[in-house]
Design a protein around this ligand. Sequence first.
Ligand code: KG4
Ligand code: ZN
Length: 387
Amino acid sequence: MILLSIETSCDETAVSLVEITGSFPTATYEVIGNSLFSQIDIHREYGGVFPTLAKREHIATILPMLERALEESKLVSGYTPALTSEEIKKLHELLNREHGLADQLITFHTTVGKPPIDAIAVTSGPGLEPALWVGVNFAKALSTLWNVPVVPTDHMEGHILASIYDGHHLAPLRFPALALLVSGGHTELILMREWGKYEKIGQTRDDAVGEAFDKVARLIGLPYPGGPEISKLAKDARQRNLPPFANLPAPMLNSGDLDFSFSGLKTAVRNAVAAKTLTDDQKTALARDFEDVVVTVLIHKLRQAIEAYTIQSVILGGGVSANSFLREAVAALSDTTEYPDTTIHLPKVGLATDNSIMIALAGHAHLAEALSTNALSTLRALGNRSL
Ligand code: KG4
Ligand code: ZN
């Protein structure tokens, strides 16, 4: 079967076509078309993602992304049955809030026709609601146009599955498995006792890790998104062995539970830089001080959870899992003799941050369920959707 997947939860507009043979989780997944537009350059000016701007950009780029993915896949049929006035009216209704998109889609349809797609997976949450709605409404319109079912998909489940995807298959998990999800909006520990069953055993009480990276980067004058920028400086500081600039607290380290908190850490950085002009070396050292504390806390809680639940597989996922210092620290848990029997799964480069391949994987996991419940009628964007 061929699954079309759409991701618009934050500042990436992404569309993929994945050819799937077999059933979840042992299927073969071949990506036959993949396109992604990052809005980072647009949001950088504002120092973060601006939801209404994100929505506008998704509207402008979603159809070009679909066209690009289809071209790559060579699935374009060219056969174009004419649309009835009823169908045209329905498309305008569905894309009522995506100004101009219905007309573009109708023009597109007249040249491209219906590709041989079996289902559409779309991120319905969590994320920025104005941004999510663009993907959701576009998926509804395509579903109506092509008469194919839609699978509402959880973005965080997508991150989990992306981290165990090797480009063809999902790694076999040994249970209980544990996912540490670290992104711009989430920091959570998710326990999996079996495929598709998720239990949140820890989460942040305030800021997410990625958010803390972004805010701290802003405090020291680095552009958005701050994660990769901080990471670069921190690496440099380690290589040059720069002395510490600030003695930052490790929040919730000994709280005894599996929760996190990062807003106090951000405040500590703010206080450390207040009313000072930092030299480049001081900024570099501070980035390292911050990254050290974050990774210390994440690894500490990860160890605590591994022991409490006798974890067999650990999955690191979400945009911050692109961070090399964190990846090395997580990998070291099994490389050393500490947990030699625990398998560690890290996402491949390019699959850590938001993309639509992960939405195809999560969509496939819930395909049967969506087919049996006619998900289209109840499909909506859920900013606070939770695993
Ligand atoms: O998962 P993601 O792409 O989007 C959300 O769903 O939020 O995560 C984006 C977050 C941003 O906060 C970004 O600064 C962070 O991931 N990030 C990183 C790195 N690359 C991206 N944080 C630390 N180190 C990195 N190398
Ligand atoms: Zn994400």
